[in-house]
Design a protein around this ligand. Sequence first.
Ligand code: URA
Length: 215
Amino acid sequence: MQTDFRFPRLHIVDHPLVQHKLSLMRDKNTSTRDFRELLKEIAMLMGFELTRDFPIDYEEIETPLTSFKAPFMKGKKCVIVPVLRAGLGMTDGLLLLMPSARVGHIGLYRDENKMPVEYLVRLPELEDRTFILVDPMLATGNSAAHAVDVLKKRGVPGDHIRFMALVAAPEGVGVFQELHPDVDLYVAALDDHLDENAYIVPGLGDAGDRIFGTK
Ligand code: URA
């Protein structure tokens, strides 16, 4: 995992499989079907890194040969929270890793000033769970920061929240970490900059449109 000296809580998942699949996704000629599949695969691979330090507990089990204190994931099932709509594209990949996870939803759209407007929030009981927010593109950082606000206002502490994006812009990561210095951020790539329309460059275009085949 790579880090960036400017952003202490940023983790860049630089695994070759992730990087290879991301390059395929960036290509404008990649089909909707392949784009969706690649995003799911990357989400699963990134989820592997994001959960690496999840706590383990030991429980006695009987194998066919002996009794044995076996490691199991400790605590309540975690919650995957896609930010609608593009976050949905990463949810299935994480559910492959954690089929019993709960799934919440946060619906945001960007107004004409690129600021997030909330239109839906559905979350399970907190119960000391870890929340994994997912949204493929962290551009201005405003929506990502707002989604964390939604969780914190409902009582989820920052150290129980992780944010997973596919591609981030440095401007957005700066905003996010300024507002939420207690939240870890996982990305597959930290790109160069935002353009005048708040698109990430080089980026991959509009993730929602590419996942759902809309324009
Ligand atoms: N949202 C996207 O889907 N793409 C970008 O480049 C920026 C925000």
